[in-house]
Design a protein around this ligand. Structure first.
Ligand code: A5A
Length: 452
């Protein structure tokens, strides 16, 4: 089965995202998918909160006048904006945009908040839906027109150096985030023509999907003073002069969920990292005639023992165990505990690892072993994903080889850094996109790939 088919089928069968909503590029997070989303973004939330970011919530609507204040920004987004033009049957005096991203609404308010250098830094974020009238082929959770989960952080600083430091902090936060869900990445500085509209420069995280194409899973932008000048975010410096704030912003979207699905899954279905699995453990009692109560009671006992420490589901539905096995394998539950009369006799439980498909027994009260196994699963998923990722990175000498590798192998091709290559749009030469300048194992390259 090709990747795209597999991906669509998993979204449906594992009950993650229902694409049948009657608007192109929109869909519905189903309860199971919503839980994966919740745990995934809880990790990101925690990382941001721990590094002194504060969560906020801004309006969805942006007046046209604000959206157009920074000229590069609006140039970049012009063709992607959805407009609200009417209130009922009355035409609005000022059109309202559905936010494609929130620089303009947030920075309008920052101007009001910032007066002196002691008001800085500001480090805020929100997790909201944003709208982009994407013209490229839309794909569920990968290229949405209503981006359902858009985590955008926005910062303002008193010095350029501090903004640079903020970019570094953001890179580290994103590294930790992707590490905790086992998603490998290459970090590149995007070329001028591909930076975020209004930014001084853009740093991007890209990963590789099973079809060999690269996908941008997060971006960090140093905005310099472009927006603070347009929005007049001015502060008094310690020596009584005035300066415009130095700003950064960075974002991660539903693509994080798409990556978890695409990168860890296999032919049986999802494989969820325990860090984000709605159920880290599912307990399945193996009911035999005459032993029903004994088995069920033991299963409940084990459930009680684990429930405060892990996200556990006791599946005592009246279904054949085989059917339950298949269902939870499809849904990617990292660890299954089977309890049958034989196990009870031996004071054991049987564990099944979704990642390696290994089955083994441990003592029935061995919580440490269960915890260790869950930790091993995330480590193994991460290791496996990185190995596959690195196997799809090719270092070549020249553009002819770039072309050859992109056609034959896909993945990401690295060619030694050369300013002439970097500054042109490569599309005419090779059928790929320049991801940017990349440091890989200590050397400087230009990264090129076919992308989403
Ligand atoms: N305000 C900044 C952070 C911003 O908007 N940056 S961005 O345009 O690069 O978007 C942030 C991230 O959202 C991207 O790196 C990409 O991973 C994701 N993204 C962008 N468009 C998307 C879409 N249509 N569907 C899903 N994710 C998208």
């Amino acid at each position: 089965m090709d990747f795209s088919e597999w991906y669509s089928s998993i979204l449906e069968r594992a009950e993650i995202f229902d694409v049948r909503y009657p608007i192109k590029g929109c869909g519905v997070y189903l309860p199971y998918g919503f839980k994966i989303r919740k745990y995934t973004f809880e990790i990101l939330r925690k990382l941001l909160d721990e590094s002194n970011h504060e969560e906020t919530l801004f309006p969805l609507l942006i007046p046209e006048t604000l959206l157009k204040k920074e000229s590069e920004h609006i140039k970049g987004f012009e063709e992607e904006v959805y407009w609200v033009t009417h209130g009922g049957s009355k035409e609005l005096d000022v059109k309202l945009a559905l936010r494609p991203t929130s620089e303009t609404s947030i920075y309008y308010m920052m101007k009001l908040w910032v007066k002196v250098h002691t008001d800085l830094p500001i480090k805020i974020y929100q997790i909201v839906n944003t709208f982009r009238y994407e013209t490229k082929h839309t794909r569920p959770l990968i290229r949405l027109r209503e981006i359902m989960t858009f985590k955008e952080a926005h910062t303002a600083h008193a010095t350029e150096e501090e903004a640079e430091e903020q970019v570094k902090e953001a890179i580290n936060i994103y590294k930790k985030f992707f590490d905790s869900i086992g998603i490998p990445y290459l970090i590149s500085k995007r070329p001028e023509w591909d930076k975020f509209p209004g930014a001084k420069y853009t740093i991007a995280f890209d990963t590789i999907f099973p079809d060999g194409r690269a996908i941008q899973i997060g971006t960090i932008h140093n905005l310099g003073q472009h927006f603070s000048k347009a929005f007049e975010i001015i502060f008094e410096t310690p020596i009584g002069e005035h300066d415009f704030a130095y700003q950064t912003c960075y974002g991660i979207s539903d693509r994080a969920i798409a990556s978890i699905i695409a990168i860890h899954g296999d032919e049986k279905g999802l494989i969820l990292p325990p860090t984000v699995a709605p159920y880290q453990i599912v307990i399945i009692p193996l009911i035999f005639k005459g032993k029903e109560e004994e088995v069920l009671n033991k299963a409940k006992e084990i459930y009680q023992m684990l429930k405060d420490k892990f996200r556990v589901y006791l599946d005592d539905r009246d279904l054949r165990p085989g059917k339950k096995f298949n269902e939870w394998e499809l849904k990617g539950v990292p660890l299954r505990i089977e309890i049958g009369p034989k196990d009870i006799e031996n004071k054991k439980i049987t564990l099944f690892r979704r990642d390696t498909l290994e089955k083994f027994q441990v003592d029935e009260n061995n919580i440490e072993e269960i915890e260790k196994t869950l930790n091993n699963i995330i480590e193994n998923l991460k290791k496996r994903a990185w190995e596959k990722f690195e196997n799809n990175i090719y270092i070549v000498e020249n553009l002819d080889d770039v072309k050859k590798y992109l056609e034959e192998k896909k993945g990401i091709v690295l060619v030694p850094y050369d300013e002439n290559i970097y500054n042109q749009k490569l599309e005419e030469i090779v059928e790929g996109t320049i991801l940017g300048v990349t440091e890989y194992k200590g050397n400087k390259y230009i990264s090129i790939a076919k992308t989403y």
